[in-house]
Design a protein around this ligand. Structure first.
Ligand code: KG4
Ligand code: ZN
Length: 398
């Protein structure tokens, strides 16, 4: 434990080694990340999925998840240390995802992290899971140029940030209803593909025709979109126009996926009969071919919406003389092949470098937690044993 806290440049000193723990939902994960040759290197990344436990319920059962975390956390940490060839005494800090998530699940990881930190006499560092998804694209790589657009696309979040560093985030837009991963999962359920749906929908899409069915593209305005906390006005002014008259009709950088979900439901089960109207035509039979087409069309529409918002966010920052130089994407849906291809294409067209996480770091993992913790540690920031987990993220909010 000889590494000092800060080299004066906001970068961790060589050799700083952080143990990360992640238990916010249904993955029990631990990882060791070491600052080496100026970059955060992942020495181990152990992720135990609980999908088998929750599959028959069609979704995560919080009580089952926290009990499973309790049984698995110590063996998972041991495996991460062993894979990295480390002993606990090699660790300079213990980082843990402490918000947002299922509170019972977060409590297990947080209690474990505090216990390890206390027994080793090292700091504990609480990490926001949403911010950590963006750090996933910074692992095993040089730091990108800032400012960046940071897009989190996961099962719980669809959040767009302006980023001036791994810890400097301002919210520009967010979903006003379902998260994109949640929409994929629900679409997969409607199509009978099972749980978890996103990857299955991705796989079936490759056989389907993305133009077979048209899904609506939302056109959210300040007036239509305001649900939940408003983004930081300083950033929102790019997105929402001046805070007067015209701004109510200006398009925002928010997302919405619930209209698409309803459209899919109608395409599968038929449009409901309206009073005094001719009965709508029955839905097309749900053949394998039709399922493939619906998957491909739904995925194409969801990704098109993301690309539309990203393009307008780039325009807005560029118009302010501060064009983003990097596009950083993270979260489970960043594993989606079509999304990866389209995001890379947009970045290329706009002269941004793109950072998409390597596949093992797209879904929930602890490497992203330990990775982001390196920047907090370098800044001399840490928490203490009174740190409490929270179900909500406030990252990037004013
Ligand atoms: O980041 P994550 O592991 O957990 C949350 O923080 O929510 O994201 C999980 C989400 C799920 O909704 C899952 O269906 C989706 O990511 N997902 C995908 C793909 N792989 C995972 N969605 C679309 N295509 C994929 N290949
Ligand atoms: Zn996640």
């Amino acid at each position: 434990m000889s590494a000092a806290h800060d080299d004066g440049h906001g970068r961790p000193p060589e050799g700083t080694t952080i143990l990360g723990i992640e238990t916010s939902c249904d993955e029990t994960a631990a990882s060791v990340v070491r600052w080496s040759s100026g970059i955060p290197r992942v020495l181990s990344n152990v992720v135990g999925s609980q999908h088998e436990l929750h599959r028959r319920f069609g979704g995560v059962v919080p009580e089952l998840a926290s009990r499973a975390h309790l049984e698995r956390i110590v063996p998972t940490v041991r495996a991460a240390l062993a894979d990295a060839g480390m002993r606990t005494s090699d660790v300079h800090a213990v980082a843990v995802g402490n918000r947002p998530g299922l509170i019972g699940s977060l409590l297990v990881g947080n209690a474990a992290a505090k216990a390890y930190a206390w027994s080793l006499g090292v700091p504990v560092i609480g990490i926001d899971h949403v911010a950590a998804h963006l750090a996933a694209g910074l692992l095993d790589a040089d730091e990108p140029s800032w400012p960046a657009l940071g897009l989190v696309v996961s099962g719980g979040h669809t959040h767009l940030f302006r980023m001036d560093g791994p810890l400097a985030m301002q919210l520009m837009g967010r979903t006003i209803d379902d998260a994109i991963g949640e929409a994929f999962d629900k679409a997969a359920t409607v199509l009978g593909l099972g749980y978890p749906g996103g990857p299955r929908l991705d796989a079936r899409s490759s056989e389907g025709n993305p133009s077979a069915v048209r899904f609506p593209m939302p056109r959210l305005t300040a007036r239509s979109a305001r649900r939940g906390p408003a983004p930081d006005p300083a950033v929102a002014s790019h997105a929402h126009g001046a805070p007067d008259d015209a701004s109510a009709h200006a398009r925002t950088l928010d997302f919405s996926f619930s209209g698409m979900k309803t459209a899919l439901l109608y395409a599968v089960r038929g449009v409901p009969v309206a009073p005094n109207r001719a009965p709508p035509p029955p839905p097309e039979p749900l053949t394998d071919r039709r399922v493939d087409d619906l998957c491909a069309s739904f995925q194409a529409a969801a990704v098109a919406q993301v690309i539309d918002v990203l393009g307008r966010a780039h325009d807005a920052l560029a118009a302010g003389g501060d064009a983003p130089r990097t596009l950083l994407v993270g979260g489970g849906v960043s594993a989606n092949r079509h999304l990866r291809a389209e995001v890379a294409r947009l970045a290329d067209a706009r002269g941004m470098s793109v950072r998409l996480p390597e596949m093992p770091y797209c879904l929930d993992n602890a490497a992203m937690i330990a990775g982001l913790a390196h920047w907090r540690f370098a800044a001399g920031e840490h928490d203490d044993l009174r740190m409490a987990p929270s179900a909500r993220s406030t990252v990037g909010h004013a």
